[in-house]
Design a protein around this ligand. Structure first.
Ligand SMILES: *Cc1c(COP(=O)(O)O)cnc(C)c1O
Length: 398
C-alpha cells in the first residue's frame, strides 16, 4: 500500500491498462477455447534453424553480450536479404541495428526521433504498441482511419494529407497491415512518399509481415521510393517470417544518422538481446526462396480455410492480402448474436457460446465506434485447429 494519493501509473501510460490479449487468453484457458486471438503460430519454424540456435548456444556464440549493433553475421545477412529481395543496399556496419524484436525497434525509433508535442500519424486500427510508445515518447498520436471499401480496408489519401500539420514529425506506416490484412499498393506508397518529401517528414515502416503477402499483392518497401532513403527507418523481424516469435530478433535499417539516433535510445532499453538466436536468424535469412514460397503457400491455404469457414458461419470476411489475421464484420450474424454489432461484447461471449477466442478490433482504435463491429481472428494455427474452430463457429448460426 502506498501512502501517496497520486496514481502509481504515470499520466503518459494511464490509458494503457492491461492488454486485451491478457484478458482473452485467460478466458481461453478458463473455457478451454481455441485461441485465435493472439498472433503466434502453434508450430515452430524450420528444424534446421532451431538446430542452428542450439549449435550457437553450445559453441558459446552469443552467450555473452553480443556487439551493440548486433552480431556481424546477422547484420550481413540482413543487408544481403534486402539486396536479394528488393535491390536495396545497406552498409552492414553503419546502416543496420539488431533489436529485441520489432517491438523494441518501434519503441527505440519513437523515443529517439520524437520530441514532446510532436505529432505522429499512424493508421487506425493500429498495432497496440504504437499508441503506448508514442505516449512514452511524449508525442501526440494522430490516427488516420482505414475504412472498409469493396471488401478491404483502404487508406483515404486525402484524409492522410489533411492529417499533416506543422507539428507532424513522422509517419508510422505498417504494411502489410495488422489487423486488417491490407497491403498498400504502389500508387498509395507513391503518394505517401510524395507527401513525406513535400512536408519533410520522417517515416518509420513496420514491415514484419513482408513475407506474408497473398494473391496479387506485393510488398514494396516505402524506402525504395524517390526521396525516402534519407528519411525512412525500416523495421523488420524474424518472429513472423520464421515462426519463432519467442526469439525476439528484429532489426532497423536506415542511413547512418537514423540508425545512430535509434541506437542511442535502444542502448538504454535492452542494450543487446537474443545472442545465440541472432546467429540462427542469420542462417534463416539465407534460406533459399523455396522456404519463403512454401511458408507463404502454407499460410495462404490456412487463410482460405478460415476465410471460407467464417463466411459460411455468417461473418462478413475481409479477405486479407497479407499478414496472418482476418478481420470480420459481425453484424451479418444478426443483432442478437452480434450483440448489436458490439465487438467487445461479442468477443467476451464467444468463448462460452462457441469455444473460440477472437479479438475486438475496437481496442486498436482511438475512434472506438469506427471499429466497433470488427473482430479479428488469427489463422497461423494448424489446419486441424482452424477446421475445429470453423466447425464450432458454424454451430453458432445454428
Ligand atoms: C507482431 C508484430 C510486431 C512485433 O514484432 P516482434 O518482432 O515480435 O517484436 C510489430 N508490429 C506488428 C504489426 C506486429 O504484428
Amino acid at each position: 500500500m502506498t501512502s501517496s494519493a497520486r496514481p502509481l501509473l504515470n499520466r503518459r501510460l494511464a490509458e494503457f491498462g492491461t492488454t486485451i490479449f491478457a484478458e482473452m487468453s485467460a478466458l481461453a484457458l478458463k473455457t478451454g477455447s481455441i485461441n485465435l486471438g493472439q498472433g503466434f503460430p502453434d508450430t515452430d519454424g524450420p528444424e534446421e534453424i532451431r538446430e542452428a540456435a542450439v549449435r550457437a548456444l553450445r559453441d558459446g556464440r552469443g552467450n555473452q553480450y553480443p556487439p551493440g549493433p548486433g552480431v556481424p553475421e546477422l547484420r550481413t545477412a540482413i543487408t544481403a536479404h534486402q539486396e536479394r529481395r528488393y535491390g536495396l543496399s545497406y552498409d552492414p556496419d553503419a546502416e543496420v541495428l539488431v533489436t529485441a524484436g520489432a517491438t523494441e525497434a518501434i519503441a527505440a525509433a519513437l523515443l529517439a526521433l520524437v520530441e514532446p508535442g510532436d505529432e505522429v500519424i499512424a493508421f487506425e486500427p493500429y498495432y497496440d504498441s504504437y499508441a503506448a510508445c508514442i505516449a512514452m515518447a511524449g508525442g501526440t498520436r494522430v490516427p488516420v482511419t482505414l475504412r472498409p471499401h469493396e471488401g478491404a480496408f483502404r487508406l483515404d489519401l486525402d484524409e492522410l494529407r489533411a492529417a499533416v500539420t506543422d507539428r507532424t514529425r513522422l509517419l508510422l506506416i505498417n504494411t502489410p497491415h495488422n489487423p486488417t490484412g491490407t497491403v498498400l499498393t504502389r500508387e498509395e506508397l507513391t503518394a505517401i512518399a510524395e507527401l513525406a518529401v513535400e512536408r519533410d517528414l520522417l517515416v518509420i515502416t513496420d514491415e514484419v509481415y513482408e513475407h506474408l503477402v497473398f494473391d496479387a499483392a506485393e510488398h514494396i518497401p516505402l524506402v525504395s521510393f524517390p526521396g525516402m532513403r534519407g528519411r525512412t527507418v525500416s523495421i523488420g523481424s524474424a518472429g513472423k517470417t520464421f515462426s519463432f516469435t519467442g526469439w525476439k530478433v528484429g532489426w532497423v535499417t536506415g542511413t547512418p544518422d537514423l540508425v545512430t539516433a535509434v541506437r542511442s535510445a535502444k542502448q538504454f532499453l535492452t542494450y543487446v538481446a537474443s545472442g545465440p538466436f541472432q546467429y540462427a536468424v542469420a542462417e534463416a535469412l539465407q534460406l533459399p526462396d523455396s522456404y519463403f514460397d512454401a511458408f507463404r503457400a502454407d499460410m495462404l491455404a490456412k487463410r482460405d480455410v478460415l476465410a471460407t469457414g467464417l463466411t459460411e458461419a455468417g461473418f462478413e470476411v475481409f479477405r486479407p492480402a497479407g499478414t496472418y489475421f482476418i478481420t470480420t464484420d459481425i453484424r451479418p450474424l444478426g443483432p442478437e448474436l452480434s450483440k448489436n454489432g458490439d465487438g467487445f461484447a461479442f468477443c467476451r461471449a464467444l468463448p462460452e457460446l462457441a469455444g473460440v477466442v477472437a479479438i475486438p478490433n475496437a481496442v486498436f482504435y482511438d475512434h472506438r465506434e469506427a471499429g466497433a463491429p470488427f473482430v479479428r481472428f488469427a489463422f497461423c494455427k494448424q489446419t486441424g485447429v482452424l477446421e475445429e474452430a470453423v466447425g464450432r463457429l458454424k454451430s453458432l448460426a445454428g
